[in-house]
Write a protein that binds this ligand. Sequence first.
Ligand code: NAG
Ligand code: NAG
Ligand code: NAG
Ligand code: NAG
Ligand code: NAG
Ligand code: NAG
Length: 793
Amino acid sequence: MVPTFIILFLYVFVSLGSHPTRAQTWVQAGYWFSGSEFPTSDINSTLFTHLICAFANLNSSSYELSISASDEQHFSAFTNTVKLKNPSVSTLLSIGGGSADPLVMASMASNSSHRKSFIDSTIKMARLYGFHGLDFSWVSADTGSDMTNMATLFEEWRTAIQLETRNASQSQLILTATVPYSMYSASSTYPIDSLRRNLDWLHVLAFDFHTPTGENFTRGHAVLYDPGSETNTDFGINSWIGGGLPANQLVLGLPFYGYAWTLVNPMDNTIGAPATGPAISSDGAMSYNNIRNYIQRYGADVVYNGTYVMNYCTFEATWIGFDDVEVVRMKVSYAREKKLLGYFVWQIPQDDNWVLSQAAAYANGDINQEKKRRLLLPILIPIVVVMVMILVGMLTYYLLKAKMRKRKRKTTIVQVAESSKHKANQKAAAGDFHNNDPNMMVYSLSDLEVATCGFSLENKLGEGGYGPVYKGVLANGQEIAIKKLSKTSTQGYEEFKNEVMLTATLQHVNLVRVLGFCIENEEQMLIYEYMPNKTLGYYLYDHIRRLMLDWRKRVEIIEGVTQGLLYLQEYSRLTVIHRDLKASNILLDKDMKPKISDFGMAKIFRKDEVEANTNRIVGTYGYVPPEYVRQGLYSTKSDVYGFGVLLLQIISGKKNSCSYGLHENLSLLDFAYELWREGKGMEFMDISLDDTTSSYKLLRCMHVALLCVQENANDRPTMLDVSSMLRNETKAMADPKRPAFSAKRNNDEESQSRLQVEICSVLRLMILRFRKSLLGESLGIFQHKNHINRPPM
Ligand SMILES: *[C@@H]1O[C@H](CO)[C@@H](O)[C@H](O)[C@H]1NC(C)=O
Ligand SMILES: *[C@@H]1O[C@H](CO)[C@@H](O)[C@H](O)[C@H]1NC(C)=O
Ligand SMILES: *[C@@H]1O[C@H](CO)[C@@H](O)[C@H](O)[C@H]1NC(C)=O
Ligand SMILES: *[C@@H]1O[C@H](CO)[C@@H](O)[C@H](O)[C@H]1NC(C)=O
Ligand SMILES: *[C@@H]1O[C@H](CO)[C@@H](O)[C@H](O)[C@H]1NC(C)=O
Ligand SMILES: *[C@@H]1O[C@H](CO)[C@@H](O)[C@H](O)[C@H]1NC(C)=O
């Protein structure tokens, strides 16, 4: 308790003293459209966290970005101008929009060389003009092939952005896109997986549901709810979340405009009244400031309708549906309640004296309170006063509680950093943790004991690289997996905390997530998310369970593992070599999505190191490449080799510890290679698999796998190559050379027979090395016998 308080105090002190406020977790974005001719210097930037400059266009022959001469002046000065009023505002350059040529957009996305020109030019332009990110608005995307191409485009875009960040001194560019209000609204569905993986967030265009040009009954064009139809914001948001996009990747659109309709009968002016078409303008569209002017000039009554959550006003035969202050508040409260990432407005210049922007920025976030406010305000002021007092009390209480919780969470990180005397650690902590918000929890031993019934045998899930793993259920019902580091471990307190921190920086949907840790009574434990569906090996090697993994599921697994490895090798700040990839280290979550686990053997490199040498060999027979066994050399290509073996197993359902072929004298790799050479690749496959309806083909996977397991590490593709080969983007693939390890071996993976000379002091060494590299000291530690011969953990 005492140290916690000291640390809390320290944290408060430190955060007051030197830390800027944390990165925004609530997005308040607004589009500025150059067509509005609203001066950028007049934008009230203080009301926004992100300002989006719209739109850049595509050159129809080169597919590079093009900005008209008149826009160029505004676009190039946009960031500097809006930052004058709010230095912490971030800016995005939006590309496309409603007037972009659908053919040019589709043609850009469909051809890999066009995509490359496009992507390169977007990054170049963003940097040139100082934008913090890019927003893609391809509103005409509709066909199935548009969606497939969009998925690829975002995949490549993110890759390019990540590569660029390595060179740039600035932080990584944000990448967002606009999407329709619902994932079902186009004639095909959006590529959710790619959107989720590659975009920071989506701008959901929750408006234009109904327009007076197309319908003959008055309707709200951006209603939150609609009892009579699925065309409403709530339905759309739920469809995205139901389709697999996390709520916190969605940013809700607020229209700062409405539509004017001409009523058939001025006396019948409800929602749903007969109308004959648009009023006031050719399509009826009217900015909020024009609507306010109109209301003032004609003294029109504004009605709020809580069933739909919309406003409308009528003057004679003109009926205008729009969002006024209370609707904006309700929608923002809705976004908070749904735990969305935030809201964006289209478009800023249409606001009237910042009224809507302020309503959005200051909405309190409780939709029920918002409803109550509307109901109670006109009734009795004393009741309101009492209620407000109660609410304020509650709010203060919750805010304080939330603040405490937040502090506690951060404390753990600061604790780790502060308690270290090493400058390097502090640097690592400051550099990696304050940015990353790893959400690490400190668990108490007693809670974990309760969660696992005293670490009972029934709750033991298995034995990992360096200690037993238990399943636990916390008091709040959350299921966790607890890895207990063996007591004989000589890994020190400092190293353990470092490990936790390093692991925490590795965050990816296809890596098992570390939730926190526990250090008490000489126990050191890591707490992971619990994976209910065991491991890939559990299914693959059982002739019944194997049937549960059809080709579609296996493709998802292959894709997931590929993404996990790409992250480890290419996209994370450090290069991580797992070194023990195998079917039993691929865990499956409740949706059978794969997550790579067990970083007990992992080795971390700085980005500029290519390979390293060790005297100690870790890993599992059959998955380790020859250069590693023979010379102790390993590089990212070692994991490519492991991936190749895994891929062969996934398509064949065969163990790599058995012998195959007529004379039962071939290893799995040789067997695959021989069949391939004889043109009989299909004989290798698991007969239950059917790839006819999939774009992933079994033979192509086999080809890729054989390239991955080639003897010479230089011949093996990189994971980036693998990823694009699997997706069938590289037309020509080399013929595979003979795989490594031609001699047969008799080892069973599941029996955990490892090549390792000692278990896992790698992590400790790795951490020492990491620390040294930060200190700029010699990096030779791995070759040093004294370290290598430390007692096993
Ligand atoms: C901009 O917004 C801030 C915050 O609501 C407000 O205090 C200020 O008056 C606004 N500025 C202008 C020029 O309206
Ligand atoms: C489009 O790009 C081509 C080739 O770079 C260039 O010649 C042409 O002028 C560009 N067109 C426009 C409208 O910028
Ligand atoms: C892509 O575009 C390039 C350049 O316009 C062209 O040479 C190539 O054939 C196109 N590729 C495909 C697959 O259409
Ligand atoms: C990174 O910088 C190097 C050297 O300045 C350059 O050759 C390389 O093309 C750059 N890479 C990217 C992705 O910009
Ligand atoms: C709406 O009513 C007008 C006038 O009666 C008519 O000309 C138009 O075709 C109608 N539009 C639709 C979509 O029904
Ligand atoms: C909203 O409008 C509809 C249609 O006119 C009506 O049936 C409903 O009662 C209204 N709801 C409220 C809360 O005013």
